[in-house]
Design a protein around this ligand. Structure first.
Ligand code: FAD
Length: 308
């Protein structure tokens, strides 16, 4: 169909996707965009520390900073407050936004608050309910949320969705998960961020498979700097991310030697980022864990941020 036959909303979506596609095909040697993820602090001290962390990380000129959200609404206020602080600092702030356990009315109210607060990008998720929380609510999957956001707000938001190169842990099969991903894209997602990964092959294979079935939005790999060995091993197990055996064994062999863990972790993650960049990844999304040192050092080694 030619563009003349499309509605303004459809044309805007195409323009947004074309811009995102341009970012995807940028030369691997050109400056690679980075985005940063934080969680909402729980205490005034945490808020002050995070502000300083952000100040340090802004040296990377992030494309946007996203803030996680506790499914069921447990961190809703903290998420939005942190996003507002990021926007006030002149950076694009993107709230994570989950639909599990939520009603249409509560999601509509949150979208209104985002719009009036100047938010232009959201990370749309199903989320995981805390145990004992009850039923799904009015939305079953993130694709339902994406469709709802588009129906309610047209093209106001750049919608990020989650991608799982190593399969979402609850999926029936990799094929079923890929189809579920296609459904989110068809519902109106603009781009995707992957679950943390430690293996570039899984990422490239996922991107190829997704494109082959028509899901061709940019997919930005999620990068978890290795700060704490036992924490990262536990976290990876919970979310279905594979830490290659040799990396896990090396990390475990260091015991409490945090200097060795840090040094090895920086080498491994920098190498992973180099592989992702060389293979054409459109950006890097850092799970900062509200800390700046490791992300800054990885980016310094990659030449990201310096002189940008
Ligand atoms: P969905 O896309 O809905 O997928 C969930 C499961 O349902 C998958 O197994 C999928 O295969 C299946 N599925 C999806 N659609 C269909 C369909 N139409 N038919 C059949 N099966 C289907 N969690 C939080 O609580 N807060 C956060 O802030 C947060 N941020 C995240 C950020 C990123 C980048 C990522 C990768 C994950 C994040 N998570 C967060 C975790 C996420 O909420 C969980 O992984 C959750 O279990 C799934 O969310 P989803 O949006 O991927 O769900």
């Amino acid at each position: 169909m030619g563009s003349a036959g499309r509605t303004a909303t459809e044309r805007d979506t195409l323009t947004q996707r074309a811009a995102a596609q341009d970012a995807m095909t940028a030369s691997p040697t050109s400056a690679l965009p980075v985005s940063l993820e934080f969680f909402p602090p729980k205490t005034p001290d945490g808020t002050t520390k995070l502000k300083q962390v952000r100040r340090e990380l802004y040296a990377l000129k992030p494309q946007f900073c996203s803030v996680t959200y506790g499914a069921g609404g447990s961190t809703q206020e903290g998420t939005f407050q942190t996003v507002q602080a990021i926007l006030a600092e002149g950076c694009e702030g993107a709230p994570h936004f989950s639909c599990i356990g939520a009603s249409r009315g509560s999601l509509r109210a949150a979208l209104d608050a985002f719009r009036h607060g100047g938010v232009r990008r959201v990370v749309a998720l199903r989320g995981d309910l805390p145990s004992g929380y009850g039923g799904f609510g009015e939305f079953r999957f993130s694709s339902d949320l994406v469709a709802f956001i588009r129906a309610e707000t047209g093209d106001h938001f750049h919608i990020e969705v989650a991608a799982y190169p190593e399969m979402h842990p609850q999926a029936r099969s990799p094929q079923a998960d890929l189809q579920a991903y296609l459904t989110k894209v068809q519902a109106g997602a603009t781009s995707a961020i992957t679950q943390m990964l430690f293996n570039s092959d899984a990422y490239f294979r996922f991107v190829d498979d997704a494109r082959a079935i028509g899901a061709d939005i940019p997919v930005v790999p999620g990068i978890m700097p290795i700060i704490n060995a036992s924490g990262i091993i536990r976290f990876a197990e919970n979310c279905g991310a594979d830490i290659p055996r040799w990396i896990r064994l090396r990390l475990q062999s260091f015991g409490d030697d945090s200097a060795s863990i840090r040094s090895f972790g920086l080498d491994v993650i920098t190498r992973l980022c180099e592989q992702l960049r060389a293979g054409g990844a459109p950006g890097l999304h850092f799970y900062t864990m509200n800390q700046s040192a490791a992300t800054l050092e990885i980016c310094r080694r990659l030449g990201i941020g310096a002189g940008r």
